[in-house]
Write a protein that binds this ligand. Structure first.
Ligand SMILES: Cc1cc2nc3c(=O)[nH]c(=O)nc-3n(C[C@H](O)[C@H](O)[C@H](O)COP(=O)(O)O)c2cc1C
Length: 152
């Protein structure tokens, strides 16, 4: 049995346009439309690896799955990936998200500033989790799958 915080899941999909709010918050996210049948973990904030198919580069990510209750969006569940190590936009590109650990529940914050404060902490926690042995094993699986499935 692993740590209860660890997550064994990955999803694949294409990056689509979101509400366009993230950049203004200082947390630009890639909104992923999961492929039909690709399992989406329950709403929460997660750490994980983001495999960008066009380059084969694996990015460090913090992932928000939820309906963005702070902004009273809709009940639609968004999969949003914040990459720690690039400011590139991936619109139209295929990505795979390999979840490493669950960080916290999604919260309806009183203000965008409170959300940004929490998101900064999430990214720090995510980096700690991505340095774990479990994360290394997930990365090995992600790379092996990418090499098997990517068309060269
Ligand atoms: C690290 C991180 C944590 C987040 N946590 C929450 C949260 O707890 N509550 C919430 O309403 N939205 C949360 N979000 C989602 C933001 O509301 C969302 O990224 C923002 O509204 C931009 O959406 P857009 O890409 O559709 O413009 C989080 C996003 C990130 C990157």
């Amino acid at each position: 049995m692993g740590d209860p915080l660890t997550v064994s899941a990955h999803l694949a999909g294409v990056v689509v346009h979101g509400a366009g709010r993230g950049r203004g918050l200082g947390f630009p996210t890639a909104n992923v439309a999961a492929d039909p049948g690709s399992p989406v973990p329950p709403p929460a904030i997660y750490s994980g690896w983001v495999v960008r198919h066009s380059t084969g580069v694996v990015h460090h990510g913090t992932i928000s799955i939820g309906s963005n209750p702070t902004f009273c969006d809709t009940t639609d569940v968004h999969v949003e990936v914040y990459c720690h190590d690039t400011s590139d936009q991936f619109y139209g590109e295929r990505v795979e998200v390999w979840f490493v650990a669950r960080i916290r529940d999604t919260v309806k914050f009183a203000s965008p500033e409170d959300l940004v404060r929490a998101a900064r902490q999430d990214v720090l926690r995510s980096e700690e989790l991505l340095a774990s042995d479990h994360a290394r094993r997930v990365l090995d699986d992600a790379l092996a799958t990418y090499r098997r499935t990517a068309s060269f």
